[in-house]
Write a protein that binds this ligand. Structure first.
Ligand SMILES: Cc1cc2nc3c(=O)[nH]c(=O)nc-3n(C[C@H](O)[C@H](O)[C@H](O)COP(=O)(O)O)c2cc1C
Length: 242
């Protein structure tokens, strides 16, 4: 993607963001993506606070390019995580799974760029009103937790685009140059990619998980826990030698 509002916002070469992923995106993956000109995010959701601090410190040593962290706001020790972000001088925070009103102003007061992940127009506007710098609009084909609305990425992006003034990042089901181009045509200023990065060498996912995800065909994942906290899983019936 050419220079645009996302490359300018973060000071990166390509408007490609590696999504924060529990158990998957530590400093190795985040720094590799940032070194390659995208934006790598350390996924804080599976880390104890001191482990999180260690990953930030290692990431600072592994890259002199911009990188960020993903903070799921439902994290029990979220206040400790925010304190670490500020103490360690992290400049970019992607928040998810919670109310953007709670932390956005506090983070921005420290000069931190804040982006919030949403799954609907309503929540995109709420995030914009909370003062975030950009929004990730994620369709329900995405890996990880999904919105209850079950809206697909390529229907969500043009709808959100019509209403949003701040930069828009598309996520969910994007894993190739063609997907990135399609998202851009529909109005996205950048993309956030998860599963494709989860299977990369630098990801901390288990090699069996990487192999399994790489070999999956259509119809082999499904949304579960729809009422409680929808999450996309691989159907065990489709896994060979599990
Ligand atoms: C294994 C895995 C773990 C994830 N963990 C998180 C997380 O902790 N916080 C978050 O905001 N999103 C999380 N996500 C979502 C990603 O950041 C990203 O938005 C999503 O994977 C994009 O869809 P894609 O997998 O189709 O590329 C996770 C995704 C995966 C695959």
């Amino acid at each position: 993607m050419r220079n645009n509002r996302i490359t300018e916002l973060f000071g990166i070469d390509y408007s490609i963001i590696q999504g924060g992923m529990v158990w998957v995106s530590g400093y190795k993956l985040a720094s590799a993506v940032s070194n390659a000109g995208g934006l790598g995010l350390i996924g804080a959701g599976s880390m104890y606070p001191e482990v999180f601090r260690e990953h930030i410190q290692k990431c600072k040593k592994a890259t002199d390019k911009p990188f960020g962290v993903n903070l799921p706001l439902i994290y029990p020790d979220i206040d400790k995580m925010v304190a670490i972000v500020i103490e360690e001088g992290v400049k970019i925070v992607f928040t998810s799974a919670g109310n953007p009103n709670t932390w956005t102003a506090k983070l921005k007061a420290k000069g931190i760029k804040v982006v919030h992940v949403v799954s609907s127009i309503k929540f995109a506007l709420k995030a914009q009103q909370a003062g975030v710098d950009a929004v990730v609009a994620e369709g329900f084909e995405a890996g990880g937790h999904n919105g209850r609305e079950e809206t697909t990425t390529f229907t969500l992006i043009p709808m959100v685009k019509e209403h949003l003034e701040i930069p828009l990042i598309a996520a969910g089901g994007i894993a190739s140059g063609r997907g990135i181009l399609a998202a851009e045509v529909l109005g996205a200023d950048g993309v956030q990619i998860g599963s494709r990065f989860a299977v990369s060498t630098e990801s901390s996912a288990h090699i069996k998980f990487k192999k399994m995800v790489t070999e999956l065909q259509d119809g082999t994942t499904q949304l579960t826990f729809k009422e409680l906290a929808p999450v996309r899983i691989i159907k065990t019936s489709t896994i060979k030698n599990c």
